[in-house]
Design a protein around this ligand. Structure first.
Ligand code: ADP
Ligand code: MG
Length: 226
């Protein structure tokens, strides 16, 4: 029964993601195609052409942002179940944020206990972390501290991610992970946390979130150890 449940949860994650991807990517593609057709079939004044091209480019940018929230490490599309050394993956993902963190005046503090392993798909696990860390960094536009720790407790592996950013109200916190829920306007997709939660669930993990407006947010992710 346990196994079937895990499989059902994986299906859930995959089908949720593909539904959202097709929605979020197909719309901009359709609109870009429409503008190209207009330009092909009619002759417009230079001004009008520029306007159409600008809209089409914005739509493409938008699709790119959505793809980034889902598939930063998109090479391995196959779902794998492998041993994941948590600290190694965190180090790797953090490297991709170093530049952004320095730019925003964010200090990153890490304490990784070596040799903590969990099971799952490495690519997906990294994507889940990326979405979380991206939010943490975006929550500290004026600088702050990002603290990441790992440790083992009984038969579980804990990953703690804490930021000193803008935080969330209770209402915002309760909507976290809802598809398309974003407070970032055109800079957000509202898909990142849905993807992250799906991935963690598919890996039989749990998440606890605490947040206080103006103080910051902390995530505790707990996986069965391996
Ligand atoms: P997006 O980042 O595109 O808005 P997400 O699904 O990644 O979408 O996050 C949804 C919303 O949750 C964000 O718009 C933000 O309001 C809130 N949020 C997520 N993580 C944090 C955080 N670390 N600090 C403050 N707010 C956060
Ligand atoms: Mg996000």
């Amino acid at each position: 029964i346990r196994n079937q449940l895990a499989k059902a949860e994986k299906m859930d994650a995959v089908s949720q993601m593909s539904a959202a991807i097709s929605h979020e990517i197909r719309n901009p593609l359709t609109s870009v195609k429409g503008f190209l057709q207009l330009l092909q079939e009619n002759s417009y004044p230079e001004e009008k052409k520029k306007e159409f091209i600008k809209i089409a480019m914005d739509e493409i940018d938008r699709a790119e942002v959505v793809i980034n929230d889902y598939l930063t490490f998109s090479k391995a599309a196959l779902e794998k179940e492998e041993e994941i050394e948590v600290g190694n993956e965190l180090e790797q993902v953090l490297k991709t944020f170093e530049h952004k963190a320095i730019q925003s005046g964010i200090n990153i503090q890490t304490t990784f206990v070596p040799g903590l392993s969990i099971r799952g798909d490495k690519v997906k696990f990294k994507q889940g972390l990326i979405n979380l860390l991206k939010n943490a960094i975006e929550a500290m536009p004026g600088g702050g501290t990002l603290t990441i720790r790992t440790y083992r407790s009984d038969l579980e592996i804990h990953i703690l991610i804490n930021d000193t950013g803008i935080g969330m109200t209770e209402e915002q916190l309760s909507r976290l992970g809802e598809p398309y829920y974003s407070t970032k306007g055109k800079h957000g997709t509202g898909l990142g946390m849905m993807v992250t939660f799906s991935i963690i669930r598919a890996m039989r993990g749990k998440v606890d979130v605490n947040s206080r407006p103006g103080k910051g947010t902390s995530f505790r992710i707990i996986f069965p150890s391996y």
